[in-house]
Design a protein around this ligand. Structure first.
Ligand code: F3S
Length: 280
């Protein structure tokens, strides 16, 4: 079948940096542990595990060399690691570090800090650690958690879409605060992938969004494609492909999240191009 690739897809520089940091540390030898899975991608996690990278969720359970992944960590977690005397390789993405710095500054300036993001997402958990008292909201029905007055300083999870950020800010402003300071912490790498995915989704009969099922930016790509009204499948790799997914379609589009390696995309595109779909 005819296969088209999004003009921007796959690994971002933050993920590439984290993987490079892990591989360089593994090449040097010693016991290396990633605090949480290095990225939300099973294939990459398995590949690095084969090379010796361990994963621990609890900072108390680590020793040797510890890799802080691109999502970053809260300052108290970094302090606990420092207290343990472990060597820290900090692979926090520069854009996440920027968000961490901004929430700390907003708090110092006297703003009630608001993070628009998923409170359970590792990046958001880490960012919130830089502004104690922060309020995290991610949908209109959570806005009752905000105070009735005062001045708000708002940022957003880096991987959210500009549309979601804009809608939430609009609703917050409509609550009538005298002062609202909004700092754009969205990641342009994510934005470029979203724009390219939407463009492609309007041009094909079926979309495949490749990447970890837990990956926030990949899930957002799938949501945006579905919003265009195109049949959309979010898969990890070719192993999850089923012929009925393309029945009656002649043109398929492929995009991939910022944590999806190129070889997953290339394998999927090659096999899909060779596939002969059944008529509807
Ligand atoms: Fe950083 Fe954006 Fe990637 S925040 S980790 S460059 S998705």
């Amino acid at each position: 079948m005819k296969v088209k690739l999004a003009r921007k897809l796959g690994f971002c520089f933050g993920v590439e940096n984290a993987i490079r940091a892990a591989e360089e540390a593994l090449a040097r030898g010693g016991e290396i542990t990633s605090l949480g899975e290095i990225i939300h991608n099973r294939q990459v996690v398995e590949e690095l595990a084969r090379k010796g990278l361990k994963v621990a969720e609890d900072p108390e359970a680590v020793s040797g060399i510890v890799l802080v992944r691109s999502h970053g960590e809260a300052p108290e977690t970094l302090a606990r690691l420092a207290d343990k005397g472990v060597e820290i390789i900090d692979a926090t993405c520069v854009l996440v570090k920027r968000a961490q710095r901004i929430v700390a500054e907003l708090r110092q300036e006297g703003y009630q800090v608001v993070v628009i993001g998923q409170s359970s997402h590792p990046e958001v958990r880490g960012v919130c650690g830089y502004a104690p008292g922060v309020i995290c909201v991610d949908s209109p029905d959570e806005l009752d958690r905000l105070p009735d007055g005062g001045k708000l300083g708002i940022i957003c999870q880096t991987t959210h879409s500009v549309e979601h950020f804009g809608r939430m800010v609009g609703r917050i402003v409509a609550r009538g605060y005298a002062e609202v300071k909004v700092v754009n912490t969205l990641c342009n790498e994510v934005r470029h992938r979203q724009v390219a995915a939407v463009e492609l989704a309007r041009d094909v009969e079926v979309m495949f969004v490749l990447g970890g099922l837990q990956s926030a930016n990949t899930c957002e790509l799938a949501r945006l494609c579905r919003e265009q009204g195109v049949l959309t499948h979010h898969l990890e790799d070719w192993g999850q492909f089923r012929p009925e997914m393309v029945a009656g379609s002649n043109t398929a589009g492929i995009t991939a999240g910022a944590s999806t390696p190129n070889w997953v995309v290339e394998e999927f595109a090659t096999k899909l191009a060779d596939f002969d779909p059944a008529p509807a």
